[in-house]
Design a protein around this ligand. Structure first.
Ligand code: DAH
Length: 345
């Protein structure tokens, strides 16, 4: 029984456990004592050499020792795990990341960018103007007569304040982007080729095709030799770029106070290709914009000599173009901001 040395083993245990500083060390210790070829199994293996009485005593001692080691293992493991928790952030690198929801560019913004891009490639520059305008820029300078119906309060939002300049002009929410023609031409010398995207306001009752705020893109070009055929060429190229190579366009005579001659431009119906359907009211054509040669009086109003300079201008509704392009049948969808709608673009 002398070479059994169980007391010595017992003494060394505490020391061994104290030195353990990691879970890996602890596992090594477990295997050293309790493994198949470990200290305890070696002790047990030697038991048959002893007498029955001795074996009984030693068996009890071995069991105690085993229990002790198991307790120590358990305590140490708990202790090590606790200290790991407090020093290391718990990061599971295998977890899938939390993706941020992706935003979408509003379809109107996309179409405004597309429209401006087409004109930029033809040599136009983009300029913006204010949404609050003077009555002079919005109407008078554009040759819109005092008695013109678009000036009345049912067609234009007038502000209660007036401008602080010496003329104390009435202020309003611009009803079209055309006043930016006036602003630019008053400041810049021709030749000019400008497009103007922006919001406009009209006191219309909201329904599937009307909104009190909508978007227009205005365009104008002033140079020495400008002909109606230049306007036709530019707008034909524009229509093809935005609606496809095979689109047809036609110019219908019309009236605008700020252009002479004036026209409205139709495209062949993109739904029925000109056959006649409910979208084009069986006409085969869809109106997309107004245009014309800048009226000599408008040029005079901004100090440009109409004998030397000519110009053309056009204006289009962005909502209308977008609705035709994507087959959208209700203008209110643009402003509801329902993600199920916006995500489709
Ligand atoms: N300002 C017009 C409107 O809001 C659109 C327009 C028509 C603009 C003809 C133009 C133009 O520049 O030449 O209805």
């Amino acid at each position: 029984m002398d070479d059994f040395k169980i007391d010595e083993i017992e003494k060394k245990i505490d020391e061994a456990f104290q030195k353990v500083s990691s879970l890996e060390d602890l596992e090594r210790l477990r295997i050293f004592y309790l493994g198949r070829k470990g200290v305890l199994s070696k002790l047990t293996g030697r038991l048959p050499k002893f007498s029955l009485e001795e074996r009984r005593k030693m068996g009890i001692q071995i069991n105690f020792l085993k229990q002790r080691i198991e307790d120590l293992l358990q305590d140490k493991e708990k202790q090590l795990k606790e200290s790991l928790k407090s020093t290391q952030p718990i990061i599971d690198m295998g977890l899938p990341g939390i993706t941020q929801p992706i935003g979408y560019m509003h379809p109107l913004t996309q179409v405004i960018e597309e429209i401006c891009g087409i004109f930029i490639r033809m040599g136009f520059s983009v300029i913006e103007g204010p949404e609050i305008e003077t009555e002079y820029n919005n109407f008078t300078a554009l040759n819109i007569a005092l008695e013109h119906p678009s000036r009345d309060v049912f067609d234009t939002f007038y502000l209660k304040v007036s401008s602080s300049n010496s003329k104390h002009q009435k202020l309003l929410l611009r009803s079209h982007t055309s006043p930016v023609q006036i602003r630019v031409m008053m400041k810049e010398k021709p030749p000019l080729a400008i497009v103007v995207p922006g919001k406009v306001y009209r006191p219309d009752a909201v329904d599937a095709s009307h909104s009190f705020m909508f978007h227009q893109v205005e365009g104008f070009l002033v140079d020495r030799e400008v002909k109606f055929s230049d306007l036709k060429g530019v707008l034909y190229k524009f229509a093809q770029s935005i609606f496809g190579e095979n689109i047809k366009i036609r110019f219908r005579p019309h009236y605008f106070p700020f252009t002479e001659p004036s026209a409205e431009v139709d495209i062949s119906c993109i739904i029925c290709k000109g056959e006649g359907c409910s979208v084009c009211s069986k006409k085969g054509w869809l109106e997309i914009l107004g245009c014309g040669m800048i009226h000599p009086q408008v040029l005079r109003n901004v100090g440009i000599n109409p004998k030397v300079w000519k110009g053309f201008a056009f204006g289009m509704g962005v909502e209308r173009i977008t609705m035709l392009k994507y087959g959208i049948n209700d203008i209110r969808l643009f402003f509801d901001n329902d993600l199920r709608f916006l995500e489709q673009f």
